[in-house]
Design a protein around this ligand. Structure first.
Ligand code: SF4
Ligand code: SF4
Length: 539
């Protein structure tokens, strides 16, 4: 196997025996084969789009199929088989609709027939490894950047589609990008263009997701979330999916079970229509990479929605349930939004046996809230009370070096504001940083899925100060881990945002030449130390 799509890849170069994430070689090969099957479908769908043919069900499929290959989503080999077969069936249906395919009709991917069993599929997957698609190292690097970015785009588009928000332009880009990765005639400039358009497609996907969440559940409002617990039966919800949470809240109403969030579900407490449920109690635990310790200690059932799942320890495997695209062999998968098995398990388990108050943390500082106090913020900047804004966020992870972000926030001067989002916030989310004239110094914008909200805040500030985002007293200090982060980074670059500091390490799939291009064009920088970076930014 070879996989280098995430930040924790082995030795900073690639996982070759087994994934650091726990991914087995057969799953790695099946994921690559699913991407190859989706590329065949994309070649046809891209041609179809030129003839004005687009099929929404095919678009929704491509989102799910590609999202399934994202880091920490699905480790269950058997679940990839129907997806591979379906990609081929959809390719055949679309081919029949399109008729003549023109110049690319001799592509091998259009003749691909899946093997009859998993062993055969794995062998086919090994022959179509995602890391071996171009002999030119720099083009290979950009191809992987685009392919991994597309995985992130598909994830956001799928999240949005679950709540009814869909735009065919996102799928159209995915088809073009996946189909283009099969070509060997595109030069570096064409690949840079595809990477920037990946960022733009992702902005559209995130805009759809923002509309999906806020139209379904209202704009987040500032909300104090208890980190303690209360006596009683309990279910913990992790992952990213608001609709699954709402469904569970409805199905547990009146059953004497409290619902707690874990990881990226924390910001859900700020949504008016979710916080209205009396048994939606508080937050438990921190980021995804701590789930083995935290889930083992949780005295109830655990529902894992989409990424990021880790190999469950035997001690809590009977308590963990997966839903949506997430999967782990041996964990019960609920595929039909009927969470009665989760509820039954929660009622069997002891639940919390006492009340522990604990501290609380504040969420709900998404674009609507922050823009609602824009006048106060602008006055504070003009009066010199706010010197600088930092966006410190992104993915968390297990590798050493991530305490940089904790230290950075601790050392940021008291006249600076920290905006944060995604699970990187758990490095400092419970710190009391005080306020500046009533504006909290630590503002939780939301999940990684809410990066759109942070972008809108930056654009609104730039508008208010009549300058570009790069002229604002704003610095982006980002941490990355998986492919949603690649998509977000491409979005920021496609918007022309410069001077991003990125860590804890740079992607293994970026070659020195591509890095040199990014540095020269976007002034992107690796993080150094909090002291050095603060000095460089603030002088
Ligand atoms: S997803 Fe990351 S940790 Fe898992 S196999 Fe790939 S590079 Fe390794
Ligand atoms: S921010 Fe990234 S690493 Fe963290 S839970 Fe979300 S998808 Fe996973």
């Amino acid at each position: 196997m070879f996989c280098n799509q995430c930040e924790q890849t082995a030795k900073g170069t690639g996982c070759t025996q087994i994934g650091v994430c726990g991914k087995q070689p057969d799953v790695a090969a099946l994921q690559d084969l699913l991407i190859y099957a989706c590329q065949g479908l994309s070649v046809v769908a891209f041609e179809a789009a030129k003839k004005g043919i687009q099929d929404k069900d095919t678009d929704l499929f491509i989102y799910k199929a590609v999202f399934s290959t994202l880091t920490n989503v699905n480790f269950d080999a058997a679940r990839f088989v129907p997806l591979i077969n379906q990609a081929v069936e959809l390719r055949k249906c679309m081919t029949a609709r399109v008729g003549s395919l023109g110049v690319i009709s001799d592509c091998d991917c259009l003749k691909f027939t899946p093997a009859a069993d998993i062993a055969g599929l794995v062998a086919q997957g090994e022959a179509h490894a995602i890391n071996a698609v171009d002999p030119n190292a720099d083009i290979q690097s950009l191809k992987q950047t685009v392919l991994y970015g597309i995985k992130g785009v598909a994830a956001y588009a799928d999240h949005a589609a679950l709540l009814g928000q869909y735009d065919g332009s996102v799928a159209a880009y995915i088809y073009e990008g996946l189909a283009s990765a099969l070509r060997t005639d595109l030069d570096l400039g064409a690949w840079v263009d595809l990477a920037m358009r990946c960022g733009k497609a992702n902005l559209k996907a995130m805009e759809l997701l923002d509309a999906a969440n806020t139209s379904a559940y209202g704009h987040p409002v500032p909300t104090a979330v208890p980190l303690g617990h209360r006596k009683g039966k309990c279910i913990l919800v992790s992952g990213h999916d608001l609709k699954d949470l709402e469904t569970l809240l409805k199905q547990t109403e009146g059953k004497g079970i409290d619902i707690y969030t874990h990881g990226e579900m924390l910001p859900c407490h700020g949504y008016p229509k979710l916080k209205a449920y009396k048994h939606f109690f508080g937050h438990y635990g921190t980021a995804w990479q701590n789930q083995i310790k935290e889930f083992a200690a949780f005295p109830g059932a655990v529902l894992m929605t989409t990424n990021c799942i880790q190999k469950p320890a035997a001690s809590y495997l009977p308590n963990i349930f997966t839903t949506g695209l997430v999967g782990w062999p041996g964990a019960v998968h609920v595929g039909n939004e009927d969470f009665s098995a989760v509820i039954k398990r929660a009622l069997e388990l002891p639940g919390f046996t006492d009340d522990v108050e604990g501290v609380s943390v504040n969420v709900g500082f998404a674009r609507n809230t922050v823009m609602g106090v824009a006048g106060t913020v602008i006055d504070a900047v003009k009066a010199g009370k706010i010197r600088h804004f930092f966006l410190v966020g992104g993915c968390d992870g297990a590798k050493p070096g991530r305490n940089y972000y904790t230290e950075f926030v601790e050392k940021a001067p008291k006249d600076t504001i920290i905006l944060t989002l995604a699970c990187g916030k758990f490095r400092f989310f419970d710190k009391s940083l005080g306020d500046i004239g009533g504006i909290p110094r630590l503002l939780d914008v939301g999940q990684c899925n809410d990066a759109y909200s942070a972008i809108q805040i930056a654009l609104a500030l730039a508008g208010a100060f009549n300058c570009g985002v790069n002229e604002l007293p704003l610095s982006l200090i980002l941490s990355w881990y998986e492919q949603k982060a690649v998509a977000i980074l491409l979005t920021l670059l496609s918007l022309g945002i410069k001077n991003i500091r990125l860590g804890p390490s740079l992607p293994a799939f970026i070659t020195p030449n591509v890095l040199d291009f990014l540095v020269k064009t976007f002034d992107i920088k690796p993080i150094t130390t909090p002291d050095e970076d603060l000095k460089a930014i603030l002088g």
